[in-house]
Design a protein around this ligand. Structure first.
Ligand code: UT7
Length: 324
């Protein structure tokens, strides 16, 4: 019998009080109306000066572990999707390992920007299937507020900080071959488009963390095309029709991109989890934040078929299909 991975718990964390669009109007030349119309964002959260990516990740992880009803000592793999590690090295994941008291297995970070959670799920799913671990923590956590250029209104209004986590457990497939848990993961990248969305700093270039640079319109165009393609790929691979998907949990970057993917899937917005209004683009954290929100609000239930998708800098993109 095949081994597969099942999501047994999730948790999330948003730091501090919400920063509304109106609050940004006082700081830069923008408007609530522009931000809402172009992106669907109403507010975002920023980590405090003494609050790091690992601090947010630890809280989200503890919540996911509690939700799963396991002891953190049972975790034998920790993978953190992040673009904003506490330090250039070591990985933020080892800080979680220490804080959670996990003594066995490995801990490492994955850098795929906004696709970080989908990449991390894909890697961990493969490791569970090949019996390299039994209970894994997959986290998406970012403090993109640290990379914002307040002189660039085209990017600084779009991002926020947060963390989300899931616990994955190795399970044997049911005797009748029932596929529950993670059914399929698909990841892609195309480095030809690096310059459309990047951060102009790095340890080996200028020894700074840098600021976000984005060609918004082009990224938008690629997001719409790549997400439609990867969603079709996952449906074809699993011989599914879009009507069979119960919930779409997309990367929360822009409401218009999400609506476009839903439209291509012929999926009503009532089946789409939308949280971008609440926390803006939190990069790798956005899918687990949205997933946790939907589970805790009793929207996504056990047995539901959930499609997650994301695209980000790299360009990177991917999707994952899960039976909850
Ligand atoms: O997570 C990774 C993936 N990232 C994304 O998915 C983001 C993809 N891109 C987008 O979401 C959109 O392209 C943006 C939201 C970034 C921009 O929307 P847009 O409809 O492409 O706007 P635009 O760049 O064409 O800007 C239109 C106007 C410009 O003014 P003019 O030249 O028409 O007079 C901008 O100067 O809006 C102006 N503008 C602003 N106005 C008020 C740009 N930023 C702002 C702002 N407030 N913050």
């Amino acid at each position: 019998m095949d081994i597969h991975s099942r999501i047994i718990g999730c948790g999330s964390y948003l730091p501090g009080n919400p920063i509304t669009n109106h609050m940004l109007e006082e700081k830069i030349d923008t408007s609530d109306e522009w931000i809402k119309t172009r992106t669907g964002i109403s507010q975002r959260h920023y980590a405090g000066d003494d609050e790091f990516t690992s601090d947010m990740a630890i809280i989200a992880a503890e919540r996911a572990i509690n939700h799963a009803g396991i002891d953190s000592s049972e975790i034998d793999l920790i993978v953190v999707g992040t673009t904003t590690p506490d330090r250039t090295f070591p990985a933020t994941a080892v800080r979680l390992q220490k804080a959670l008291g996990c003594k066995t297995g490995a801990a490492f970070d994955v850098q795929a920007v906004c696709s970080g959670f989908i990449y991390a799920i894909s890697i961990v799913n493969s490791m569970i299937k090949t019996k390299q671990c039994k209970k894994a923590l997959v986290v998406g956590a970012d403090t993109l507020s640290r990379l914002l250029n307040w002189e660039d209104r085209t990017t600084c209004v779009l991002f926020g900080d947060g963390a989300g986590a899931v616990v994955l457990e190795a399970n044997r497939e049911g005797a009748n071959g029932t596929k529950s848990g993670i059914i399929s993961t698909h990841i892609h990248s195309d480095g030809n488009y690096e310059d459309l969305l990047y951060c102009d700093g790095g340890p080996s270039t200028n020894q700074k963390s840098g600021f976000i640079k984005m060609e918004g319109k082009e990224v938008f165009r690629h997001a719409v095309n790549n997400l439609a393609a990867v969603v079709q790929e996952i449906l074809d691979k699993n011989k599914l029709k879009s009507e069979e998907i119960d919930w779409l949990v997309p990367h929360q970057a822009n409401r218009r991109i999400i609506e476009s993917t839903a439209k291509k899937l012929k999926m009503p917005l009532s089946k789409v989890i939308l949280t971008v209004d609440k926390h803006a683009n939190t990069s790798a954290a956005s899918i687990p934040l949205a997933l946790d929100y939907a589970i805790k609000k009793n929207k996504i239930k056990s047995g539901d078929l959930v499609l997650m998708e994301a695209m980000g800098g790299g360009l990177t993109w991917g999707a994952s299909l899960v039976r909850m």
